[in-house]
Ligand binder design. Structure first.
Ligand code: GLN
Length: 163
């Protein structure tokens, strides 16, 4: 809720359903104040639907769906397929010594990333296409997958260490 934003130093936008998150942020009056904080530089970590919320362009979204425009990526919803195409895989991440267990659930796919975006990990979408799944632009970190669904805290630590 808007009043909950008064005391935060950073925010994690988790997975879920970006169309619903967008709608609830609007109906609760939270979208505008959060947008304001983010544009002032509030650090943010978005996972899956949270990545969609922080992107500057949403493909295959609802027409009334909004995003915060905090990282220069265009993101296609459900790029890896439907719920049944969800999968887990170990990925190599720049800055981590050991592979990271990544859980993809109706995950978004990054279609374009601007010059200021650092791509920290990629996966194969199909035989021909390798796409970014972990990206950073200044203090905004986004992942197509769900680090919160494993006990591995390294990405949360990466985010916090840069606050
Ligand atoms: N497909 C969902 C969306 O469009 C995201 C799924 C997820 O967060 N696991 O928002």
């Amino acid at each position: 809720m808007p009043e909950d934003l008064e005391t935060i130093d950073a925010i994690i936008l988790p997975g879920g359903e970006s169309t619903t998150i967008s709608m609830l942020l609007e109906s609760s009056g939270t979208f505008e104040p959060l947008q304001e904080l983010l544009s002032q530089g509030l650090p943010a970590f978005g996972t899956c639907a949270g990545m969609i919320m922080l992107s500057n362009k949403v493909l295959d979204g609802r027409t009334d769906q909004r995003s915060f425009d905090r990282i220069d990526i265009s993101v296609r919803r459900n790029a890896f397929g439907r719920q049944i195409a969800s999968f887990e895989t170990d990925i190599d991440v720049i800055g981590l010594e050991e592979p990271f267990p990544a859980v993809f659930i109706r995950a978004p796919g990054v279609e374009t990333a601007g010059p200021e975006v650092e791509v920290l990990a990629t996966v194969k979408l199909d035989e021909q296409t390798e796409i970014p799944v972990l990206c950073r632009q200044n203090n905004v970190l986004v992942s197509s997958f769900h680090p919160e669904l494993t006990g591995d805290l390294r990405l949360h630590q990466m985010f916090l260490s840069e606050l």
